[in-house]
Design a protein around this ligand. Structure first.
Ligand code: NAP
Length: 319
């Protein structure tokens, strides 16, 4: 039997309707949560991402501002811009779209964001809170993966979870979130030995390496829950034919369009896994959703009284 699909679009809609009611309550108190996005330079993929983030703000009735410093701006310019956004009481979340142009010191810019407005969860203060399991703003993609697991009732406590990839924005925070949910966590990376055997022991697999279809179907434990974070654009016809040999309709679409989006897990895994997040339509929609959720949370924490205590309680009961 094919795996149950962990549908990111459905969960996004569920969370959006919860956020709409949270936002209505805030607006009744005169607070309109707002996100400021900073898009430096002219990266077309980044322009698309930022556009969809601003559109999500609009859909939810949140305020948004887009700052587009041209390519060639200095680190000092960026630091000054972030300083202004930190000081602006209407701005609850600051999003620095990555990658920044190479001449800008990304680390300095990210560390200059007020941690109270760090809706991407990249600031060392946010990471420190995550490590010590204290309430805070958590990186959007791993937070979204947790929502996909929890809202589909995947058992986390005591489960063997394998996280494939150890980046600061996906793999590491993902492993910590699973650990705090009482899973037994193994982190794999490019130097891991006998990777297929390690993956075969996983009740839950989160794959985030950026290699199309790298995880073979027969590495997956039958019935395992698989979260596929990878988003890889495949343009090579032979590669697409190998990956999609059991999916004639998708292959047809590839032939018409010249490209297809493939995760890090081979599409054939759907015949082995118990539950699987599709690419596209799984983790992707969850990342933007958690950015919206973090912005609302940041507004509540910063602008309403007693909210810190309430959020701490909420976060503790979730685990
Ligand atoms: P990254 O920074 O490039 O990190 C890749 C990680 O994978 C590294 O830890 C690397 O190991 C490991 N790795 C690479 N090849 C490997 C192999 N053959 N075997 C085992 N481990 C291997 O990537 P990232 O930013 O975490 O992103 C990963 C993927 O997720 C990409 O496809 C990206 O597009 C996607 N992504 C999707 C979303 C979304 O919203 N859907 C968001 C973020 C990222 P080493 O550390 O040893 O080099």
């Amino acid at each position: 039997m094919p795996a149950r699909v962990l549908d990111g679009v459905k969960i996004r809609d569920e969370i959006f309707s919860e956020l709409k009611s949270d936002i209505a309550k805030l607006r009744a108190q005169g607070i309109r949560p707002g996100l400021a996005a900073v898009l430096a330079g002219e990266n077309p993929a980044s322009q698309l991402y930022v556009k969809s983030k601003i559109a999500a703000c609009e859909q939810l009735g949140m305020a948004s501002w887009l700052h587009t410093p041209p390519a060639g701006v200095s680190t000092d310019y960026m630091l000054e811009l972030v300083g202004d956004l930190n000081a602006d009481g209407n701005v609850d979340g600051i999003l620095i779209q990555l990658p920044l142009p190479p001449e800008i010191d990304s680390k300095r810019v990210l560390e200059s964001v007020d941690p109270a407005k760090d809706v991407d969860g990249f600031h060392p203060v946010s990471l420190g809170r995550l490590v010590s399991n204290r309430p805070g703003l958590v990186a959007c993609t791993p937070a979204g993966c947790m929502e996909l697991l929890r809202r589909n009732d995947i058992l986390l406590e005591g489960a063997n979870a394998v996280v494939l990839g150890r980046s600061d924005i996906v793999g590491k925070p993902m492993a910590l979130l699973l650990l705090h949910a009482n899973a037994t966590v193994t982190i794999c990376h490019s130097k891991t030995r006998n990777l297929p055997d390690v993956i075969r022991r996983a009740d839950i697999l989160v794959a985030a390496i950026g290699k199309a279809g790298y995880v073979e179907a027969d590495w997956i434990q039958p019935g395992a829950a698989v979260i596929d974070v990878g988003t890889n654009k495949v343009t090579d016809a032979a590669e697409a034919a190998q990956l999609l040999h059991n999916f004639p309709q998708r292959l047809e679409k590839f032939r018409a369009r010249g490209n297809v989006l493939i995760g890090d897990v081979h599409p054939d895994a759907i015949q082995v896994a118990g539950a699987l997040s599709p690419v596209p339509g799984g983790v992707g929609p969850m990342t933007i959703t958690m950015l919206m959720s973090n912005t609302v949370k940041a507004a509540r924490l910063r602008r309403t009284s007693n909210s810190a205590t309430r959020d701490a309680q909420r976060s503790n009961t979730k685990q």
